[in-house]
Ligand binder design. Structure first.
Ligand code: ADP
Ligand code: MG
Length: 249
């Protein structure tokens, strides 16, 4: 029996409303993502990575094209709302994604309160998640301004994971981090994939990072898909553009 992709996009197009540019932000993107996969989206700045990730996350609707979750078309408010409960998104700028006036523990508890979990469950899940991302309990009552960007990024990851998402989308998750925090973040993401079976979609402009973390890589250039390849297989058909990117490593 043929496996049904967890998430499948076909002919995805996107233009920003009111955008003066004639060029579409995304054109004709096809992508199948299976449960448990680690998929990288690679491309230079402005190639459409964030736009595609926002569509895959259900934050933006494609201008045209088809998006399927577990084989069902994502269409209409209810389908999108249900979908949004099953995926989580890590924003590129972690500081912009947290309320500076909330303590770390409260930030991680937020989605659980929204989902009407009981107080004890919230405390136990939020503690577990903060431990999982390696946050020292002595910091749980700190405010974001007292933490480093790397620590805030991990708080955002703890918050994202507290709801048990099936898919985690990370937009340039390492760009704000120094080398040691980057290593920690990579380790946690791989752990989430192996141990919790979370499907990972990781966006980066660095081929090296994605080749290290992902098996499947989609390469975007000016809003178009130039390649989609499996790094474990022979890839003798790659475009010149991708070859150039990979040769920079
Ligand atoms: P990347 O994440 O790869 O840097 P983006 O998805 O952010 O690329 O951008 C893709 C294209 O869409 C670029 O040409 C960019 O200028 C344009 N774009 C991005 N965000 C907006 C926006 N909010 N309004 C108009 N155009 C946008
Ligand atoms: Mg971007």
């Amino acid at each position: 029996m043929k496996k049904v992709p967890l998430l499948s996009g076909s002919n995805l197009m996107f233009s920003y409303p009111g955008s003066r540019q004639k060029k579409k932000a995304l054109e004709d993107i096809d992508l199948d993502i299976f449960a448990g996969e680690k998929v990288g989206i690679l491309g230079a700045s402005g190639s459409g990575k964030t736009t595609l990730s926002l569509i895959l996350a259900g934050f933006e609707k494609p201008s045209s094209g088809l998006l399927l979750f577990n084989g069902n078309r994502l269409q209409g408010r209810k389908a999108y709302r249900d979908y949004r409960l099953r995926i989580q998104y890590l924003f590129q700028n972690p500081m912009g994604a947290v309320n500076r006036y909330r303590k770390i523990f409260e930030i991680v508890s937020e989605p659980l309160i929204y989902r009407k979990f009981k107080k004890e469950a919230i405390e136990s899940i939020a503690s577990e998640m903060l431990k999982m991302v390696g946050m020292d309990p002595l910091r749980w009552n700190d405010y974001p301004d007292q933490l480093s960007l790397g620590q805030i990024q991990r708080v955002c990851l703890a918050r994202a994971m507290s709801t048990g998402p099936e898919i985690l989308i990370c937009d340039e998750p390492f760009s704000a981090l120094d080398v040691s925090n980057r290593g920690k973040m990579e380790e946690i993401l791989l752990f989430l994939n192996v141990k919790h079976g979370v499907t990972l979609i990781i966006i980066s402009h660095e081929p090296k990072t994605l080749l290290h973390l992902c098996y499947k890589v989609l390469v975007l250039h000016e809003g178009k898909k130039v390649d989609l390849f499996d790094i474990t297989k022979e890839n003798d058909q790659l475009s010149e553009y991708t070859m150039k990117l990979l040769n920079q490593i």
